[in-house]
Design a protein around this ligand. Sequence first.
Ligand code: BG6
Length: 478
Amino acid sequence: MAFKDGFLWGGATAANQYEGGWNEGGKGESVADHLSSGNVSHPRLITKTIEDDLYYPNHIASDFFHHYKEDIALFAEMGFKVFRMSIAWTRIFPTGEELEPNEEGLKFYDDVFDELKKYGIEPLVTISHYEMPFALTEKYNGWASRKLVDLYLKYATTLFERYKGKVKYWLTFNEINCGCLSLGNYMSLGILNGQTRDFTNQEDDVQLRYQGLHHQFIASALAVEACHNIDPDAKVGCMIAMMPSYAYTCNPIDVLGNQKNMRTLNYYCGDVQVRGKYPSFSKRLWNELGVELEMQPGDEEILMNGKVDFFSFSYYQTSCFTEDDSVDSTSANLIANAKRNPYLKESAWGWQIDPNGLRVTLNELYDRYEIPLMVVENGLGAYDTVESGQIHDPYRIEYLREHIKAMSEAIDDGVDLMGYTPWGCIDIVSASTGEMAKRYGMIYVDSNDNGEGSFARMKKDSFYWYKKVIESNGKDID
Ligand code: BG6
């Protein structure tokens, strides 16, 4: 097995899905705080006010806010070397526009980082993970406005200065390419067109979305530069949702269509953030979409000066691409109608399980970029049952084991892989459906889809298994 010494084993979370304490410690309301609960058949709703008759699962989430010491002790027991978390923008700048940051919010993360340090766990911090201030959505239509660049930069710079020496690894935006999809309007870009209410069926203005993405690229590049100036020892990465697809048939029409899909969904953003410029296929893409990108003088230079140090990504599944509409569909991360691959099994939520696809992805990404890679999200969302105080989750162990094997093969293929942080290492609220029942964790949290429960933490079988994996640096995975 190929994992190098110092390989960063750990787990991943995001503040909006894990932290809770939504209106404590001076925190403001984020876009996630305005998303009601839902499930596969009932989409979450985006509400402009907090409505009394709706439940908002991100408000309490898994209550890390009040359990962080206990949770970090459990991560340490598993042997984590790294813990991926995000900072809630609204805990630092409640509306995004305050002149001074909220000291109580800054102090909370100081306490979290100090606790991690006690156990030698390195924080990997996402600056913005689907939780921008709701006030910026209302006032500016989110990232549609260039004003957001300055506000984000102020927020990011505040973090770099405050946590210099405490945080070595930063990610500028979670799954920035979510903005390439209609679902990204609200969740990723804070764009709330018209009276949009249905989270999974948003009013879509492609021009605004691509302009918003451009603003995020500029903000990300400026943040990378600022971080390098403030703390030369820190490393900043991009974070891309890898949604790889295979051509469904060898019909060249499917192959061409799939190539286009891979470029526009999977590579467009990473190309900008790693290479510091838009890829050659962009102009044609914009033309076809009717997008006229507004760039300011100096933007090209900003992008070139803000290239990331490493490439991180989420990987859950693959799907297929075909021009044939009659082919059966299933769902996938961020995609509603993914064409089903007849060779793969799928999760209870229809996401198709494909460890070999992770190896293919790692090899493709390393061939393309030749910078260190990190898998910062991966895992199986599944129903768990508690039987006499125990949670037996062989399905999760199997999923993780096969993906770890695939990573080790990719390392042997020549990939420089820095680390692995499986998603929702402790149970958290699902981003797409708002359910608690869709569990990824190795640690169970006693709470249901309505936020009822003791919030007690319990170790699943996968907890003991992952501990062994880390202890043996990936050698003992049986
Ligand atoms: C990624 C996001 O898209 O997938 C996470 O970065 C999200 O925030 C994860 O939770 C899994 O998706 P879901 O919908 O199962 O929570």
